[in-house]
Ligand binder design. Structure first.
Ligand code: PMP
Length: 351
């Protein structure tokens, strides 16, 4: 840290992304990426666009917003796009947070970082003992609310009626529902945006649409909230989505059936993996996401994480009190999960 950093950022604790080691080829199950390549047509669309890099991208992103609007049954004015959903979460905390921000105590690690970045009072709300969110804890709060549905790293989802109760109980505050993982089996609350002007739904192309490296996220909401987000974007970086990512996003939406089929494969692999992990003695939380959160009664999370890494399998371990015994395991291809399960079996037998 230099002596020039302004006071309010000195105590800021930045988000730590999942590791991307380069020392060897790992079976990478630690950052919830899709194991499947981008949809057909995406590479060609990106290549075609690369020849036009001397020109700025469209700051209003008309074509992509129209395509998303058609896909989700809303209007262009209800759609916001930016550089990954992280970008949108940041804008939302900046625009709608304050002075307080509420979110589950075990959830996406970026929420407290954004709260700190924008000087908000962060109020983490404890999950129940079984790691579920209790909607009753979110009734009539005096600030901005962010909930990941399904939640991360648990994978557990709320039902849409429970989210509606939270929206109804907090009409004076924005409720952000982060649906980064919704395409893997939870119910989206996009349709509620027509009814509740305080609902901001955020989704991403990173997981279900195999585009993590392109950085593309979108939000759907009442047009007032979208106009607010546009204002923040145009006050920071209007060209936040580059030409190649815009082209990739459009091509991906044209092949939506391929993405849907890939999601189904991931869900099938998840169910098989959950069974296998349970047979090995793991407790696995009920996941509606492209990852599972699991702990073993005899082996700690840190130990298993290190042993797996030594065998070339990367998973995510969070060294915080309530969840230190868990591993968060991204669902990869069936072959990748075979490698994971074989490695776990060896590790547990050797103990
Ligand atoms: N929300 C949640 C709950 C996530 O786990 C992630 C992925 N790290 C994101 C948002 C951000 O995704 P992206 O910026 O790649 O769209």
């Amino acid at each position: 840290m230099s002596r020039y950093l302004i006071d309010r950022y000195q105590s800021l604790e930045a988000y730590v992304p999942g590791e991307q080691p380069r020392d060897m080829q790992y079976v990478k199950l630690n950052t919830n990426e899709s194991p499947y390549p981008p949809a057909p047509g995406v590479v060609e669309a990106v290549q075609a666009e690369a020849g036009r890099l001397q020109l700025y991208s469209d700051p209003v992103c008309v074509e992509l917003r129209d395509a998303l609007a058609a896909r989700y049954g809303v209007k262009r004015e209800n759609v916001f796009v930016s550089n990954g959903s992280d970008d949108i979460l940041n804008f939302a905390f900046m625009a709608f947070g304050g002075p307080r921000a509420y979110f589950p105590d075990i959830s996406y690690g970026f929420y407290p970082v954004y709260a700190g970045l924008h000087g908000l009072e962060a109020h983490p709300i404890p999950l129940r003992q079984d790691f579920s969110i209790d909607p009753v804890d979110y009734m009539v709060l005096d600030g901005f609310i962010a909930i990941a549905n399904p939640n991360a790293p648990t994978g557990m989802a709320l039902e849409i009626g429970q989210i509606e109760d939270i929206l109804r109980a907090n009409p004076d505050h924005v409720v952000l529902i982060d649906e980064a993982y919704v395409d893997f089996g939870a119910e989206s609350c996009v349709r509620l945006t027509a009814k509740y002007d305080n609902l901001l739904v955020v989704q991403t192309f990173s997981k279900s649409r195999s585009m993590a490296g392109a950085r593309l996220g979108f939000a759907i909401a009442n047009e007032g909230l979208i106009a607010d987000l546009e204002k923040i974007k145009f006050s920071t970086n209007p060209y936040s989505i580059n030409r190649m990512t815009l082209a990739a996003g459009l091509a991906t939406l044209k092949a939506d059936d391929v993405c849907t089929a890939n999601c189904r494969r991931v869900v099938d692999t998840r169910e098989v993996t959950v069974d296998r992990l349970r047979q090995m003695g793991f407790e696995v939380l009920p996941s509606k996401a492209n990852f599972v959160f699991a702990r073993h009664p005899h082996s700690g999370g840190g130990f298993l994480y290190r042993q797996l890494k030594a065998r070339g399998v990367l998973v995510r371990h969070f060294d915080s009190p309530r969840i230190k015994d868990f591993l968060r395991i991204t669902i990869g291809t069936p072959e990748q999960m075979d490698v994971l399960c074989a490695a776990l079996k060896h590790i547990l037998e050797a103990e």
